[in-house]
Design a protein. Structure first.
Length: 396
């Protein structure tokens, strides 16, 4: 992972999380003459959202392009191990397609129906369930307030670390460099990117810089006078041990309140919930037991009464790069700064979108035709005030 300390590159990528590594891989795969460098400040990835992710994948979105990204991601995952093999080392992303179950109540009925129809029209494997069918999928759910549910059998979970290292190791094996340093600012000249300055004092020159800095993206963007509508939101996940020991893995279950619960096997579950008063912070990565015991457990009990006796054994917290403009990704070149590409604002669904985003950003940079047209997520929409809402994106 050592860096070739050069000063000029075809492409500089700020941030070596799953986005930066997927973009690097897709670029080098398309043109192996490119000189690409990833600058990553923390090679241990302690605070990177990728490593702290829950790893859930779903086709159950309401915006066509989000669904298409997930379908593409599922295709990539099916060949990931072979495609990312380096010599005999094949990454195992442990894709468990246990399905996702979204509970529908009066408040989200119209949205769920609309999403379901769209997902079906795009070929997704989703079912609309009446309340009396839900117990076949989730016998412990008490049906309170429920009017229906949607079940996606392609949905599931993957190991985030394996996706990251798969992309990273393959990109490195094909000639991408990595520098361990912090980008302190983007250098510009006449409305064109000219490179970056590193904390340790060096300059790297390139007329293409990709901001893949996750929750830190607005900090980097601001050094080039780009005001990104992204805030770092703390998301806490709690691990619980309960007496529930279903023989098979249960689907991940999601509620319109933003609460969700994943069965990890045996009696172990993880759960979390997005809240309007979630902390905005760059400094707090501590799991707080009280947040679970005082704010979440009660709601969990209402929907799954068997959780009346459980042990909250541990947990972790990471950052969502939350797009406060419309909750969706921001993808493409910033309209008033040539060469400055953004892959930012993924909130809780970036891990599953990294495959499509890596491909799309590389196509934009190389002026190649697009496999998926993701221009709906272009940064222009912010300047032109054209939000693209996907309200379920707040759930995970
Ligand atoms: C608790 C939690 C659960 C989640 N669950 C899911 C899920 O189930 N499904 C899903 O799809 N998504 C999920 N996500 C979201 C997903 O993890 C992210 O959207 C995705 O990992 C973003 O990848 P990234 O590469 O943009 O960011 P990161 O992984 O954060 O990578 C950005 C990198 O940039 C580096 N960096 C930042 N600033 C600089 C700088 N100035 N110089 C150099 N390097 C810099 C950072 O060190 C970091 O490694 C979850 C996130 C969290 C926190």
């Amino acid at each position: 992972m050592s860096a070739t300390r050069k000063s000029t590159y075809d492409v500089i990528i700020v941030g070596g999380g799953v986005m930066g590594c997927s973009i690097a891989y897709n670029l080098i795969r398309s043109d192996n003459n490119l000189d690409i460098v990833i600058v990553e400040k923390d090679p241990t990835y302690t605070k990177s959202s990728t490593i702290l992710s829950e790893g859930n994948i779903r086709v159950q979105f309401n915006v066509k392009e989000n669904i298409e990204m997930s379908l593409f991601g599922i295709q990539v995952l099916s060949r990931f191990s072979e495609e990312m093999a380096v010599l005999n080392d094949k990454p195992d992303v442990n894709f468990r397609q246990q399905g996702n179950l979204f509970i529908v109540d009066e408040s989200n009925y119209a949205e769920a129906k609309q999403g379901f129809v769209l997902q079906k029209s795009l070929g997704c494997q989703v079912e609309w369930l009446q309340p009396d069918q839900i117990h076949n999928y989730y016998p412990y759910y008490n049906l309170s307030g429920c009017v229906a549910a949607t079940y996606g059998s392609q949905d599931g979970t993957i190991a985030p670390n394996a996706v990251l290292t798969g992309y990273k190791n393959k990109a490195l094996s094909l000639g991408v460099s990595v520098i361990t340093d912090t980008v302190s600012r983007i250098i510009t000249k006449n409305e064109q990117v000219d490179g970056v300055k590193l904390d340790k004092g060096h300059y790297l020159i390139s007329n293409i810089v990709v901001n893949a800095a996750g929750a830190w993206a607005p900090k980097i963007a601001s050094t080039a006078n780009i005001n990104l509508p992204i805030v770092p939101v703390k998301r806490q996940v709690t691990v619980i041990e309960s007496n529930l020991r279903p023989a098979n893995l249960l689907p991940a279950i999601f509620f319109s309140s933003g609460l969700y619960c994943f069965h990890e096997g045996q009696g172990v579950f993880t759960c979390a919930r997005s809240r309007p008063d979630d902390f905005i912070t760059y400094n707090d990565f501590k799991w707080d037991r009280h947040l679970f015991e005082e704010l979440l457990w009660k709601d969990l009990l209402e929907v799954i009464p068997e959780f009346d006796r459980l042990k909250a054994t541990s947990g972790w917290a990471g950052l969502y790069a939350e797009n406060t403009f419309d909750g969706n990704a921001i993808l493409g070149e910033w309209p008033t700064l040539k060469g400055c590409f953004l892959a930012n604002g993924f909130s809780g669904h970036g891990l599953q979108q990294c495959h499509a985003v890596g491909r799309y950003i590389s196509e934009l940079i190389l002026h190649h035709p697009h496999l998926l047209d993701l221009s709906i997520f272009s940064p222009e929409r912010i300047k032109e005030n054209r939000p693209v809402y996907e309200s379920r994106s707040k759930i995970i």
